[in-house]
Design a protein around this ligand. Structure first.
Ligand code: H2U
Ligand code: ZN
Length: 356
């Protein structure tokens, strides 16, 4: 036995030493290596030449009045505009399960629909550059879509892929809504873990978590009377954010007037901080998670949005989920606390907006 090894165990400081953090929403771990982030910060800002504002682009499939790929013409819309995706990933027809040749070859038919949501008629104005009024209209639109689709489908996934690095195919600011009759994998994980916590503690996991984060105030980026945006303790992506109402709300269609009126502004502020970090249009995938529409009481659910941005050190240097991450578990160098500090040091007013 190597005694020297045993006696040399030093005290553990999570700000310096490698450790793992637990994500209670997914029941998964992330490896954190803070000692590696003491390497010099090479965050460089790209050429911050003011990008041209384009109100309307004749060649854009999503601009008002233009023709889409399949020949259909968009109306001359003046707020958010929703249409069924011309290349929908989900189909509305019901199919009957057929036998598969072996229990290892499982499949199941799925019913659903995919929609595209153009945020506004403006071709180049992304979320942080939209007016609070215009973001409010988007929030209303999300909520109406939820009400409509939840009558048929159990899970309504509202999301946005922003930036070509995230695979976004069109610069006109838009998101998507995919609704389906079953819980997709990520929703199923949250459902299971939120329910287990609720059964064990008779309390809501996310409400408890937000309360703790407000008390600690180490990872919070923005806080209003009704919402908090923070880098979660278990974040995987360098500048990942979780946006949660402080008081109960099960989904976007369940917001109180106060929660609703605060949401547009906090969305504008956090996405502006993102753009300001590297003075670029900050790419991300974001989306809303809320209660499934399964006619249960769902006391264990609390509405929240995840922001998963890939950038690490500059407008072009992104984190790659490869190697150890693909084969073992996600890993990060910059700690969530360091990331939170960098985002907190950014202005909540967009760098292209003139300060008054
Ligand atoms: P992303 O760029 O976030 O992938 O979304 C754009 C979606 O818009 C994409 O799924 C759809 C594509 O199928 N689309 C149409 O439905 N019609 C068009 O004319 C252009 C793009
Ligand atoms: Zn456009």
């Amino acid at each position: 036995m190597n005694k020297s090894k045993k006696t040399s165990a030093a005290s553990f400081n999570p700000e310096e030493h490698s450790h793992r953090r637990y994500n209670p929403l997914r029941a998964e771990w992330v490896l954190v290596s803070p000692h590696r982030s003491t390497r010099p910060w090479q965050g460089q800002q790209e050429d911050s030449a003011r990008p041209a504002e384009v109100m309307h682009d004749a060649g854009c499939y999503l601009c008002p009045g233009n023709q889409r790929v399949n020949g259909e013409r968009n109306p001359v819309y003046d707020g958010p505009f929703v249409f069924t995706n011309d290349f929908a990933a989900l189909q509305e027809e019901e199919r009957i399960q057929s036998r598969t040749p072996h229990s290892l070859l499982l499949n199941q038919p799925v019913r659903g629909t995919s929609r595209v949501i153009c945020y506004s008629p403006h071709h180049s104005r992304t979320l942080p550059q939209m007016s609070v009024d215009s973001i409010n209209q988007l929030v209303d639109c999300w909520s109406q879509q939820l009400i409509e689709l939840s009558a048929t489908y159990q899970w309504v996934q509202i999301f946005e892929n922003k930036g070509s690095v995230m695979g976004c195919s069109n610069p006109h600011p838009h998101g998507q809504i995919w609704a389906m009759d079953q819980l997709p994998t990520e929703a199923q994980k949250e459902e299971q873990n939120l329910l287990q916590y609720h059964n064990q503690y008779r309390s809501n996991l996310l409400l408890d978590y937000v309360k703790t984060e407000i008390e600690l105030d180490q990872r919070i980026i923005e806080k209003s009377n009704e919402w908090v945006a923070l880098v979660p303790y278990w974040a995987i992506w360098p500048f990942e954010l979780l946006l949660v109402p402080i008081n109960p709300a099960r989904h976007l269609d369940d917001l109180s007037a106060a929660q609703k009126s605060d949401l547009a502004l906090i969305l504008k502020k956090i996405t502006s901080r993102y753009d300001n970090l590297f003075q670029c249009s900050f790419p991300y995938s974001m989306g809303w998670h809320g209660q499934p529409f399964n006619k249960e009481t769902n006391h264990h659910w609390q509405l929240h949005a995840h922001f998963y941005p890939p950038l690490l050190r500059s407008a072009t240097i992104k984190k790659h989920m490869v190697g150890f991450e693909m084969l073992a578990e996600p890993q990060r160098d910059i700690t969530p606390e360091q990331a939170a500090e960098k985002l907190r040091n950014c202005d909540p007013i967009h760098y292209l907006e003139t300060k008054i």
